[in-house]
Design a protein around this ligand. Structure first.
Ligand code: F3S
Length: 403
């Protein structure tokens, strides 16, 4: 790779050992992907995982004595204070969480602790080059804003935050952003939840291993929540970091532009029965539940409002949790939604992810969620879920069963 003199100095340790190590790792990644050079970036999001390996890496960089050149926003670890009411943590678990928070603070991260920074405080402009990890974030950044990021890991994103550079390969290059498969959506996609199912259906039917779908046939108006859902499921189920919606996303004003004047490599039609088949393959349609868990990705204030509207003055008959950002919780408090949910026996939990050991007390239990990603990730903790749209899932939490 060709490095600038400043990048060579970084590698040689002129700016400190932490930056030198980060640059060494990035150079190796760049060579693996045959990148020709590094490019400067302006934003980073690190999907910290609060696991030993993640902690080992951030502490290793920290001990070498550098801070991030670009302060990254970060994913949620979990909220120790809140979950002390439910489980007894081992000393090892307490250490990991406390050291993770301390290490990211000291290395210079912006401690947002949420997984939807692209809707709140880390929003790039068109064609801006950035480094984002986190499955719902990467497709949103690429597809909806038309900014450019590869599907970074927490560690490669942290290296980018240290050096302010990324190796130029993959989705940073114009030609690699070309659509691959034309997806004609004949199915009726109406609700935000339908986008969850669409996001699962494309990878399920994708025999070609294409990872850049170009959707046609979707409605003219699509909510931010629907796009968040679509990206989360596409990336979780199919490693899709970029998609185009013709007439909607910035790099796809028309089909020709989406395919950069080439023919699609493949074509696919998604019908109502395909969406139904996806749903049947990931969830039973009804049954009794022990709890409700929403917020993967973290729900927005609009979604909290939707829950409150369904709830009215009724109470939940099973434990009810929603993972949200600090901003959403603060808005919910001001708007009276938090009081309504609390009075019904529910909780808005901040700085927490559904994929963390804090939920181990739910092992062996059956819940309801609005998120296929939540149902998929929590299998490893022996939790099982019915999946339903937000309104129906809220109703299930009130009734104690999905009807
Ligand atoms: Fe967010 Fe964790 Fe789900 S980071 S998207 S709640 S797996």
């Amino acid at each position: 790779m060709k490095l600038t003199s400043e990048e060579k100095d970084m590698l040689a340790g002129k700016y400190g050992e932490g930056i030198a190590l980060a640059m060494e790792i990035q150079q190796a990644i760049g060579e693996a992907f045959e990148a020709e050079r590094m490019v400067e970036i302006s934003r980073v999001h690190v999907a910290l995982s609060n696991q030993e390996a993640d902690l080992w890496f951030v502490e290793k960089l920290l001990k070498k004595g550098n801070k991030c050149r670009i302060s990254p926003t970060v994913n949620p670890p979990y909220n120790l204070e809140y979950f002390k009411n439910y489980i007894e943590f081992t000393q090892e678990e307490v250490d990991i969480i406390e050291r993770t928070r301390k290490a990211y603070r000291e290395i210079g991260a912006t401690l947002t602790y949420n997984c939807t920074p692209y809707l709140e405080n880390n929003i790039p402009r068109f064609k801006e080059v950035v480094a984002f990890s986190e499955s719902s974030a990467t497709p949103y950044i690429n597809s909806i804003y038309g900014a450019r990021t590869n599907r970074e890991s927490a560690q490669s994103a942290l290296c980018a935050a240290m050096t302010g550079r990324v190796p130029e390969y993959g989705l940073l290059l114009e030609e690699n952003r070309r659509g691959q498969v034309l997806v004609e959506v004949e199915a009726k996609i109406k609700s935000d939840f339908d986008y969850q199912l669409l996001g699962y259906t494309f990878p399920r039917m994708n025999d070609y291993h294409d990872t850049i779908p170009v959707f046609v046939g979707l409605p003219d108006k699509i909510s931010s929540e629907a796009l968040m859902n679509l990206g989360a499921q596409l990336n979780t189920a199919g490693a899709v970091s970029l998609y185009h919606i013709v007439g909607y996303t910035p790099e796809a004003p028309n089909i020709k532009a989406a395919f950069q004047n080439h023919q699609p490599r493949n074509k696919m039609v998604i019908k109502d029965e395909d969406i139904q088949e996806t749903y049947s393959s990931i969830s039973d349609k009804k049954g009794e539940i022990d709890f409700a868990l929403f917020g993967c990705p973290h729900l927005t204030i609009k979604q909290i409002e939707q829950i409150v509207n369904v709830l009215g003055s009724r109470k939940f008959s099973v434990p009810f949790w929603v993972c949200v950002s600090n901003l959403t919780k603060s808005l919910a408090r001001k708007m009276g939604y938090l009081d309504t949910i609390k009075s019904a026996g529910g909780h808005l939990v901040t700085e927490t992810c559904i994929d963390q050991p804090c939920w181990k007390f739910l092992s062996g239990k059956k819940g309801v969620t609005d998120s296929p990603k939540c149902a998929y990730y929590t299998k490893r903790r022996n939790m099982s879920f019915y999946i339903a749209d937000l309104s129906r899932a809220t109703e299930a939490a009130i009734k104690g069963e999905l009807r």
